[in-house]
Ligand binder design. Structure first.
Ligand code: ADP
Length: 458
C-alpha cells in the first residue's frame, strides 16, 4: 500500500524540521526520514554544538590562565575525559529536547531510515521494518553534507570531525601531538581548540591561504592571534599517512623536499560534500560537486521538489539551512508559487577559532577597490576588552558610499560571533551609518564598538 503525505523530508536536520513544523502548524501531514532516527542532523550529531562544547571549555581554560595573575591562582589542569562527558551530556540533553518537540506534534512522523526518490511524487523508505512506499505531494531534499575523504594513501589512519565530535567518541585523552590536514574552518577551529588545551598542533594547508576564500584582511588579522603551540604550514602537499603502531606518521612535500612528522593523531579536514539522495539524478534534478542547483525559492526543476541546506551548497551553515527550510515551507503553503526567497548573501558566518573571526555580506575582497566605505574600531580602546585583557582584534564595518547603508562587516576578537549577529540585524533592516551612530549601544559591552565605528565615519 502506498501512504499519502503532504510533505516528505529527506533528512531531519536544520534544513528539514523547520518546514516540517511550519506545515504541521497549517494542518499538513509530514514525514521526515533520517538514518539517525533523531531530529537535528549533523549539526548536533558531529558539528556545531559538540565542537562548541569543546571550544568553550578551551576558551575558559585560556581565560583562567590569563587571569592567574589577577587572583585566579591555583593548579589549573585539563581533564579531557570530563570535557568529553560534558560534550556528550549536551548532545543527550538536546536530543531529549528535540524528541519532546516531536512527540508534541502528532502530524509529524520521523522514521529511522533512508529515503530514495522513485518518481517525482514517489519515495521509497528503507528501514529496519522493510521498505515502504510513500506518495508525497511535496518533497524537501535536506540530506545535508558529509566529510569529504580524498584519495590520500593512509586516509583510513586519520580521524575526521565525525570521529572527534560524535556522541561517545573514542578519544578520551588529550593527544600530546596532533596534526591537522586542511586549513578550512573546521580544521583551523579544531586545531586552535587542541592548541589552547595544551596539545602541540601542526596544521598543513595545500594552498597559500589559510581559510581560503575568506577576506584576506580578516584572515591576516586573525592568524597571529591564534594560540601558541599551533604551527601553520602552507603550500604543502601531503603524500601519505602511515600507522606507526603507537601513532601516525604524516609525510608531505614542502618546497620540493619531503618532510615528515610523527604524532598521536591526525585530523583530516579537507572539506565536505553534498549527500545527493538516490534517485535524484535519474529524475534529472541538476547538481554538481557543490550540491543541488536551486535559486532563492529553493525549488528544483520540479516546482514541488525543494532542496534546502547543505545539500544545495549555497551557504552550508545550520542557521542558513533553518531559514531556507522555512522559505521552502512558505512556498509549499503558497501552492509552489514562490512567495518567499532566501538571501544567500547576508548570512552571518563565524570561524570559532580562539579568538573567533566573523563576517557578513560585502567585504573589501569581494568588491572593486574603493566601492565600500570602511569604518574601524580597535578592541584595544574597548572597555570590555580591557576588562577581559583581550585587546587584540577589530570591528570593521563596510558601507555603501552615498547612502551609507551598511553592506557588510568583519570582526576579529572578543564576542565576534555575537557582534556579527547584531550587524546582521542592522543589514537586514536596511540600516545606515546614521542609524548605527544614533543607537545607544550598551556600556561596557563590546557592541559599543559598532556605534563607535559608525561615529568614526560621521
Ligand atoms: P542540513 O543542515 O542541511 O539539514 P545535516 O547534515 O545537518 O544538513 O542533516 C542532513 C541529514 O540528512 C543527516 O542527518 C543525514 O543523515 C540525513 N540523510 C542523508 N541522506 C539521506 C537519505 N537518503 N534519506 C534520509 N536521510 C538522509
Amino acid at each position: 500500500t502506498v501512504q499519502e503525505v503532504d510533505l516528505l523530508c529527506v533528512g531531519a536536520g536544520g534544513a528539514a524540521y523547520p518546514a516540517a513544523f511550519r506545515l504541521a502548524k497549517a494542518g499538513k501531514k509530514v514525514l521526515m526520514v533520517d538514518p539517525k532516527g533523531v531530529m537535528s542532523g549533523n549539526c548536533l550529531y558531529e558539528g556545531c554544538v559538540p565542537s562548541k562544547a569543546v571550544r568553550e571549555t578551551a576558551a575558559f581554560y585560556q581565560d583562567a590562565q590569563r587571569f592567574q595573575p589577577y587572583g585566579l591562582g591555583g593548579n589549573l589542569h585539563v581533564d579531557f575525559a570530563a570535557l568529553m562527558q560534558h560534550k556528550d551530556a549536551i548532545q543527550e540533553r538536546r536530543y531529549a529536547q528535540h524528541a519532546a518537540e516531536l512527540a508534541a506534534e502528532p502530524l509529524i512522523r520521523l522514521i529511522k531510515g533512508v529515503a530514495r526518490l522513485l518518481d517525482p511524487h514517489t519515495v521509497k523508505v528503507d528501514s529496519d521494518a522493510g521498505t515502504d512506499t510513500y506518495h508525497a505531494r511535496h518533497i524537501l531534499i535536506a540530506s545535508g553534507s558529509d566529510v569529504f575523504i580524498p584519495p590520500l594513501p593512509g586516509a583510513e589512519w586519520c580521524l575526521t570531525s565525525h570521529d572527534l565530535y560524535k556522541p561517545s567518541p573514542a578519544m578520551r585523552a588529550l593527544p600530546e601531538k596532533l596534526l591537522v590536514i586542511g586549513g578550512g574552518y573546521i580544521g583551523l577551529e579544531t586545531a586552535t581548540f587542541f592548541a589552547a588545551l595544551g596539545t602541540e598542533v601542526t596544521l598543513l594547508q595545500k594552498g597559500a591561504q589559510i581559510l581560503n576564500g575568506m577576506d584576506p584582511g580578516m584572515v591576516n588579522l586573525l592568524l597571529p592571534l591564534l594560540p601558541k603551540g599551533l604551527e601553520l604550514r602552507t603550500n604543502v602537499e601531503v603524500q601519505r599517512v602511515e600507522n606507526t603502531g603507537s601513532g601516525r606518521r604524516v609525510v608531505w612535500l614542502e618546497d620540493g623536499k619531503e618532510q615528515n612528522q610523527e604524532v598521536d593523531a591526525v585530523l583530516l579536514a579537507v572539506g565536505r560534500r553534498p549527500v545527493i539522495p538516490e534517485g535524484a539524478e535519474a529524475l534529472g534534478i541538476a547538481f554538481d560537486h557543490h550540491g543541488i542547483q536551486v535559486g532563492p525559492s529553493l525549488q528544483t526543476r520540479f516546482p514541488h521538489i525543494y532542496a534546502a541546506g547543505d545539500v544545495n551548497g549555497r551557504v552550508p551553515l545550520f542557521h542558513a539551512a533553518v531559514r531556507q527550510s522555512l522559505v521552502a515551507g512558505h512556498n509549499i503553503l503558497a501552492g509552489n508559487v514562490p512567495t518567499d526567497y532566501a538571501d544567500f548573501d547576508h548570512v552571518p558566518t563565524t570561524i570559532f577559532t580562539l579568538p573567533a573571526a566573523a563576517y557578513i555580506g560585502l567585504t573589501p575582497a569581494k568588491v572593486s577597490p574603493g566601492s565600500l566605505l570602511e569604518a574601524r574600531y580597535a578592541f584595544s580602546e574597548d572597555s570590555r576588552a580591557q576588562i577581559l585583557e583581550r585587546l587584540d582584534g577589530e570591528i570593521r564595518l563596510f558601507f555603501e558610499p552615498g547612502s551609507l547603508r551598511i553592506r557588510g562587516a568583519w570582526i576579529v576578537g572578543i564576542d565576534a560571533g555575537s557582534l556579527i549577529g547584531q550587524v546582521g540585524t542592522a543589514i537586514a533592516g536596511g540600516m545606515t551609518a546614521y542609524d548605527l551612530a544614533r543607537f545607544a549601544d550598551q556600556h561596557p559591552m563590546s557592541a559599543e564598538g559598532i556605534g563607535k565605528a559608525a561615529r568614526n565615519l560621521l
